[in-house]
Design a protein around this ligand. Structure first.
Ligand SMILES: [Zn+2]
Length: 340
């Protein structure tokens, strides 16, 4: 039977186990090591776990060892991105035998770079001591003429998620030389939907201009960048709270733990959080809480790190005792975001 309370201590134990050794189902996700580490370390921080559980020096050393560095100053102009590799294996170049191109997994990418900088910030590492010039100068190579960002310099899909990564990186480093803010702003506004789509009026944002609106939101981006005043102030996201109390990412989709964060944080940013049926959401989230600690995507499934982390952030938004307040814009505790 599902527990009726937020099992903080079990969650700490769950994350502690993942910090020491990831279970075998994560083997195929080795390439996302930095992202998985972000979920574990930020999760332990949000749960106010004792400091001794994380060896901050070892974590900083490991994260910094994944940074890509140009061999010379002149290499900074060669169009490559010098951010962070997703994992150790990604640092070894591997060629696509058919066309001789470098495989996308062997280059540094924006999402890993966001996670690396976030981890360093959470453990209190002095960000001014990292090679930010290479990261920011080369990040401009990823911004497209329409303002969007590619995650890697060898080419890939562009959408709002990567603008978010770029914005968060600039914000955390306190340096906006890595992007053209005006172009990014124009792209974000282009992604807002104001027409009838999928038979319902939905004033949300698509991940790309013209695409179906989605729970992921540029409000998080806009609020990180004080010069991005979006006129959009609707409470449309509230329509995503389903009958079972959970939030869905899009109309007609089942409720999913992670959207309690994605939608809940949007509502927090636009001032609509007080209109959530908190009791119902609390109830739904508890049905996804695992008896082993952590949260699953849907009720009754096994927990995974991604949904566990967003379960913790959702409970922080619900002001659950034992969890630190959340900085929704950066996806970490408010204390880590301030840098105390
Ligand atoms: Zn999900």
């Amino acid at each position: 039977m599902a527990s009726e309370i937020f099992e903080r201590d079990r969650h700490v134990t769950f994350l502690q186990m993942e910090y020491q050794l990831l279970p075998s189902p994560y083997q195929s996700q080795e390439i996302n090591s930095l992202t998985l580490a972000y979920f574990v370390i930020s999760g332990l921080d949000l749960l106010a776990a004792p400091d001794r559980l994380v060896d901050k020096e070892a974590v900083a050393k490991w994260v910094l060892s994944l940074q890509a560095h140009p061999r010379s100053q002149s290499e900074l102009d060669n169009g490559q991105f010098y951010g962070f590799y997703g994992s150790r294996s990604a640092q070894f170049p591997s060629e696509d035998k058919d066309n001789g191109a470098l495989l996308s997994c062997s280059v540094s990418n924006l999402a890993s770079t966001y996670c690396a900088v976030a981890i360093l910030k959470i453990i209190g590492y002095d960000l001014s001591s990292i090679d930010s010039e290479s990261i920011l100068m080369s990040m401009r190579n990823l911004q497209q003429p329409d303002g969007s960002f590619m995650p890697i310099h060898t080419g890939a899909e562009t959408d709002l998620r990567f603008i978010y990564c770029a914005v968060a990186i600039c914000h955390m480093m306190g340096n906006w030389s890595g992007m053209d803010k005006e172009k990014a702003k124009a792209y974000i506004i282009n992604c807002q939907r104001s027409d009838f789509f999928f038979q319902s009026y939905d004033g949300g944002f698509g991940l790309t201009p013209g695409s179906e609106s989605h729970g992921l939101s540029p409000h998080l981006i806009s609020s990180s960048v004080t010069s991005f005043p979006l006129e959009f102030r609707s409470f449309v996201p509230l329509q995503r709270q389903a009958a079972d109390g959970g939030f869905q990412g899009r109309p007609n989709k089942p409720s999913d733990t992670c959207y309690a964060f994605w939608i809940g944080s949007v509502l927090k940013v636009i001032g609509g959080h007080k209109f959530i049926d908190k009791k119902a959401l609390h109830g739904f989230l508890l049905t996804c809480q695992s008896e082993y600690g952590g949260f699953s995507k849907f009720p009754g499934d096994f927990p995974d790190l991604y949904h566990s982390y967003y379960g913790f952030t959702a409970f922080s938004l619900l002001e659950e005792p034992g969890l630190k307040p959340l900085c929704v814009e950066l996806g970490m505790s408010a204390i880590a975001a301030i840098g105390i």
